[in-house]
Design a protein around this ligand. Structure first.
Ligand code: TRP
Length: 454
């Protein structure tokens, strides 16, 4: 009866969802934000907001997804139908609208993400070109140009699409399972290596000592909130659709905790690698901060500081560079497949398009958006990132809380969580969470926005 795909096991889901969560956001975005937002203070706020806001929203997505067994648009429609009242058809229309907004956001996120991921591939190839004596090629690979951006962005789309077209088990799950453990191993090895270098201590101290005076800074708060949502892949239906692939036998709140811990863990580890590495580079004469203490270049930290670091390592540096940027590509790939899955699942389920066809068609369209961004980089790149991650994701997250807290019938919600977690009613999760997503979460998100706008 059920022809939808699904994860084959609990570990399969955790690795796939963690694969989605762990990506450029953890390894590139998080350390960059830490470095430009006062070090430890940002780390502290980020961890706090992840548990306070992101985990509850993650649970909302997983639960809605598993209950509805469908993509975000259909799922929100169903939730809105659970309560029949005079606003019935009106609420249904709004739900559809919010669902499509999520799908659009997921697609736009992919459109900039693939550009950055393409740089990772280029930077992985550059040391090989150097080793082969093709320094001219290496120079092109590591310098900003539309042609380079275009070529490697396209390459990254091809990788993403070839995985997504295979479906949940053979594509998404299999590759996440293979790639995630490898990623962790490589990061740990690099941390240990960097820790032995001179200058690393200054990085450790910036990273681990919070400057408490900055903790309530409104721009730090909104950045940390955006980062928390982005990092857990929230607010666009990614976790919702992954939730729909989980077996009814699983305990959802527990799975959510596992994914959250893996995501935070990898971000913190990436910080332990990148922040000390920045200071090692500085120690070696690479300028990182301006004299005024501003991070020299926010969006290129990884691409200037790290290659500079690697180049001081002699021949071993080539190997480390190749490994590191392959690792980044892998991390990006297990995330990008989860973004593309959002519109693809919608097309497959709602419009009965074959998965292969949907993957290639939608992939092509989003690629064209990337091309447009590449040719209008200065105006569009930062803008698309800000609109999608800083504003869209938390706002949709807020609306998902409203769905679960106000629109969904409480007995149906409980029934869903009970599957795989039969004594949920007596536990702490059910005691806090429904109330929490009903009142507290929307309120906090709204206050952070309000503070920012005022
Ligand atoms: N969380 C991923 C990262 O940290 C990015 C990501 C994957 C994502 N899927 C998403 C972000 C959906 C927002 C929405 O890199």
């Amino acid at each position: 009866m059920d022809t939808r795909g699904g994860f084959s096991s609990r570990l399969g889901f955790i690795l796939a969802a963690a694969g989605s969560a762990v990506g450029l956001g953890n390894i590139w975005g998080f350390p960059t934000q830490v470095a430009s937002n006062g070090g430890g203070a940002f780390v502290l706020v980020y961890i706090f907001l992840t548990f306070l806001l992101a985990y509850p929203v993650l649970m909302a997505e997983l639960i809605i997804g598993r209950a509805a067994q469908s993509n975000i648009v259909t799922a929100l429609e169903e939730v809105s139908e659970s309560k029949t009242n005079i606003f019935g058809t009106w609420i249904k229309k709004v739900s559809q609208g919010i669902g499509f907004w999520g799908v659009l956001t997921a697609s736009l996120i992919l459109s900039f993400y693939a550009i950055v991921a393409g740089w990772m591939i280029a930077f992985a190839v550059a040391p090989i070109a150097n080793l082969l004596g093709l320094s001219y090629l290496a120079e092109w690979l590591t310098s900003f140009s539309a042609s380079r951006n275009l070529l490697f962005c396209l390459l990254f789309y091809l990788l993403t699409m070839s995985i997504v077209q295979r479906g949940v088990r053979a594509g998404i799950e299999r590759w996440s399972r293979r790639l995630m453990p490898l990623l962790l191993l490589i990061i740990v090895v690099l941390i240990v290596y960097v820790a032995t270098l001179e200058g690393a201590i200054a990085g450790w101290s910036l990273y681990l000592k919070p400057d408490f005076s900055r903790v309530f800074d409104s721009s730090l708060l909104i950045s940390a909130m955006g980062q928390a949502f982005f990092s857990l892949s929230l607010g666009v239906g990614t976790m919702l659709i992954y939730g729909s692939y989980i077996s009814k036998k699983e305990n959802l709140p527990k799975l959510g905790v596992a994914v959250t811990f893996v995501d935070i863990g990898i971000a913190i580890l990436a910080g332990l690698l990148i922040i000390p590495a920045m200071f090692v580079a500085e120690h070696n004469g690479v300028q990182i901060y301006t004299t005024a203490g501003q991070l020299l270049s926010e969006d290129t930290l990884l691409f200037t500081v790290l290659p500079a670091l690697f180049s001081t390592m002699g021949l071993a540096g080539y190997i480390v560079a190749i490994v590191f940027f392959i690792l980044m590509t892998i991390a990006a790939l297990t995330s990008s497949i989860s973004m593309l899955e959002v519109p693809v699942a919608l097309a497959v389920e709602r419009h009965s398009v074959a998965r292969k066809k949907a993957t290639w068609l939608i992939g092509l369209v989003i690629f064209l958006v990337s091309v447009f961004i590449i040719y209008n980089f200065g105006e569009l790149f930062g803008l698309v990132i800000a609109i999608t991650t800083k504003y869209s994701e938390p706002l949709i997250g807020l609306l998902l809380c409203v769905f679960v807290g106000w629109i969904w019938r409480r007995d149906l919600l409980l029934k869903e969580i009970k599957q795989g977690f039969s004594d949920v009613e007596t536990g702490i999760f059910w005691l806090i969470w429904p109330f929490y997503v009903r009142f507290i979460c929307p309120l906090i998100i709204a206050v952070v926005f309000y503070n920012r706008i005022i």
